[in-house]
Design a protein around this ligand. Structure first.
Ligand code: 5GP
Ligand code: MG
Length: 177
């Protein structure tokens, strides 16, 4: 189908920088902050946010990842079947502020499963969500604290998020079915 660029390389880079600065606005020295990227491009984005935070704050920022996929064979109910593979979360998240980071927020099912998974690790004081793209069509009352770009999509459309570390270049495309 027909493909449209919705974020250029410059836009992707500036947006990730802006998102990182918004975290500093909210959390100052980011003392108890732990970034948790959702595989796979969420981890790439989280790593970039971490780099900005570490440069700005001149200290290390804790980092983890969550590999979570949903079986999407039955779209008609909210009974999601999350498949949690490798997770790499810092040993204690008690009292920490966890910042979940993903590339695209759609129905909210992945975030719901991610919340359940991280809450198995301990008792964070707060959990926030950052996404590069919010494409709408939520099926759960979930919203992101930090949104790179809101993109109006049809349910049948697909957003292609290309990140240099994984895809060789930075770009966001909208694919019409
Ligand atoms: P949700 O669980 O909110 O329905 O979908 C979000 C998850 O599925 C994210 O992990 C995201 O990577 C993936 N996803 C859902 N829709 C899209 C899309 O249009 N494009 C991309 N690149 N990923 C999507
Ligand atoms: Mg994903």
């Amino acid at each position: 189908g027909n493909v449209k660029t919705v974020m250029t390389e410059d836009e992707v880079r500036r947006t990730i920088d802006r998102l990182a600065f918004q975290v500093i606005e909210n959390h100052g020295e980011c003392e108890n902050l732990v970034l948790v990227g959702i595989q796979r491009r969420g981890v790439d984005i989280a790593a970039r946010v971490r780099t900005v935070l570490e440069e700005q704050l001149e200290k290390t920022v804790e980092f983890g990842s969550l590999d979570i996929n949903l079986y999407r064979d039955d779209w008609t109910t909210l009974d999601v079947q999350p498949m949690i593979n490798e997770t790499d979360i810092p040993s204690s998240v008690d009292g920490k502020v966890l910042l979940l980071i993903d590339d695209v927020l759609f129905t909210g099912r992945t975030v719901r499963a991610a919340l359940e998974a991280v809450l198995d690790y301990g008792r964070p004081s707060r959990i926030e969500l950052m996404v590069l793209v919010d494409r709408g069509h939520r099926e759960l009352p979930i919203q992101a604290n930090y949104v790179g770009k809101q993109i109006a999509t049809a349910r049948t459309e697909q957003v292609d998020v290309l990140i240099e570390e994984t895809d060789g270049r930075d770009e966001v495309l909208l694919q019409h079915a």
